[in-house]
Design a protein around this ligand. Structure first.
Ligand SMILES: Cc1ncc(COP(=O)(O)O)c(C=O)c1O
Length: 481
């Protein structure tokens, strides 16, 4: 029999068929109200058994993409979730800074390790979406090739093969850079810490998006810096008029921004805004630390979004990234392109952590150079887009109508605004007792704003357990309304 589907892949056959049809629907080839082929015909088209085709159609029904009409067959469903509004541009508060955040983060990380918990909290792709076996093979091959070098320190600036591969990839981000201008790091976190430490001193003010990733807030606080929250639009990112107004009033020493798919908003700063952001800061010689962790996981079929560093003529943009959200979080391999602060950043790395793990860098360099990474990214982007759609739809259908939700163009999280009196911290505790992890809104602001917001991770493939979990969350929210 001719195999039209990869029958040896770990993903069940029915799910592969469902995904193929799902892609036609999401790509607009099949439109709302269109009849889709009968089960018998689908079984012939995809060269699978009738049972598999039935399972595939059930999966599509569960995902809300198709519906069975009595005596007529299966039809593409009208999607309702885009009727929901989006949250407005944020308005961060001023006031005392509370201190619950570290405990919340510890709780969230703790839940990530528990297999009995439904993971809507930690923003990570499920390991099933990552090429574990391939990476294991690359790691073994790299160890064989490297010999004793595989256990030696790889001192800054780090693995040359990887830096060369990154310099080639950077062209797609709009950046022309030499391998000598790149330093590999232990994840994006180390890159950001080193960049911040290179350009600030304790007590300085750092402008950030609001809301933003709680890890960035923690770094800022740990370094004794003061976060200045700038209003942020859920689709276009940091509000540059607000930033421009704040700059003469507050002495801002650095700006830390996630222009491509901010976590938790999923916002994508338009090209013109990226250029304006860089120019605005350059006028005052303020360094921009750009976190591009999510740049590779865009949903659009077009080109990868450029980074703000593409518009940097003065070396003031310090670009940071890693493979944590797209490939291997546990390898702890990231990088920084610190522009004119290269020396300072490298010296700090030498004086602190020093080397970056040798073997993972070698394996990743091979994987990127031989095209494996790009191939994997294509599948990952499709899967994440589908998962974001699935969870958006389920939330829109089961939560109270007054909620609002982001429509991310990349990344893997959704930001949901609940009715005003629903306390996200209470919802978080209640959900945990039901073995569901979510990230409550206050984690994403230094002043613990966003009391009625939650972030839902879409890293898990759609499943009956996930559907049940969203039903339970919806029930809890309705109870608390
Ligand atoms: C915006 C952002 N930056 C940095 C990190 C940390 O990245 P890494 O695991 O590579 O240190 C995260 C993790 O979720 C993140 O969301």
């Amino acid at each position: 029999m001719v195999k039209t589907l990869e029958q040896t892949a770990r993903e069940p056959l029915y799910s592969q068929v469902a995904n193929k049809i799902g892609q036609l629907i999401e790509g607009g080839v099949l439109r709302a109200g269109d009849r889709i082929p009968s089960v018998r015909r689908a079984s012939r088209q995809h060269k699978v058994s009738i049972t598999t085709a039935v399972q595939a159609y059930l999966a599509l029904e569960n995902r809300g993409l198709i519906e069975a009409r009595p005596k007529s067959g299966f039809f593409v469903r009208v999607q309702r979730h885009y009727d929901l509004g989006e949250p407005k541009t944020s308005r961060p508060s001023s006031g005392a800074v509370p201190t619950e955040s570290p405990t919340l983060i510890a709780k969230l990380l703790d839940a990530t390790m528990r297999p009995d918990i439904i993971q809507l909290g930690a923003g990570l792709p499920n390991a099933r979406l990552l090429p574990v076996q391939k990476l294991n093979r690359m790691l073994a091959a790299a160890a064989r090739r490297a010999g004793t070098a595989s256990i030696e320190y790889d001192m800054p600036p780090g693995c040359l093969a990887l830096r060369r591969a990154l310099a080639r990839r950077a062209l797609d981000w709009g950046v022309k850079i030499l391998p000598e201008e790149i330093i590999t790091t232990c994840g994006c976190t180390e890159a950001i810490v080193l960049c911040l430490r290179s350009v600030t001193r304790s007590g300085d003010t750092v402008a950030i998006e609001s809301p933003t990733y709680f890890g960035l807030i923690q770094i800022i606080e740990q370094l004794g810096l003061r976060p200045l929250e700038i209003p942020t639009h859920p689709r276009t990112g940091m509000d540059l008029d607000s930033l421009e107004r704040a700059l003469p009033v507050r002495r801002v020493t650095a700006c830390l921004v996630v222009p491509n798919f901010n976590n938790p908003l999923g916002s994508l700063m338009p090209v013109a805004n990226k250029a304006r952001l860089v120019a605005l800061l350059a006028k005052k010689e303020i360094p921009l630390i750009e976190d591009d962790l999510y740049g590779d996981v865009y949903f659009d079929n077009g080109d990868r979004p450029h980074v703000a560093k593409a518009y940097d003529k003065r070396g003031l943009v310090m670009l940071c990234g890693s493979f944590s959200k797209s490939l291997a979080p546990g390898y702890r391999v990231g990088w920084m392109m610190p522009g004119r602060y290269f020396e300072a950043a490298r010296n700090l790395k030498c004086a602190t952590i020093g080397a970056t793990p040798t073997l993972p860098q070698l394996a990743l360099a091979d994987y990127v150079v031989n095209g494996g990474y790009d191939h994997h990214l294509r599948g990952l982007r499709r899967a994440l887009k589908r998962q974001v759609n699935d969870i958006s739809r389920a939330v829109a259908e089961s939560f109270p109508e007054r909620i609002k939700m982001t429509r991310p163009a990349g990344g893997l999280v959704l930001w949901v605004e609940l009715p005003p009196h629903v306390d996200a911290l209470r919802l978080h505790s209640k959900a945990l007792t039901e073995k569901i992890s979510i990230a409550p809104g206050p984690m994403f602001s230094p002043r613990q704003d966003y009391r009625n917001f939650i972030r839902l991770s879409c890293g898990e493939p759609w499943s009956p357990q996930l559907e049940r979990a969203i039903g339970v969350l919806a029930y809890l929210v309705k109870q608390m309304c």
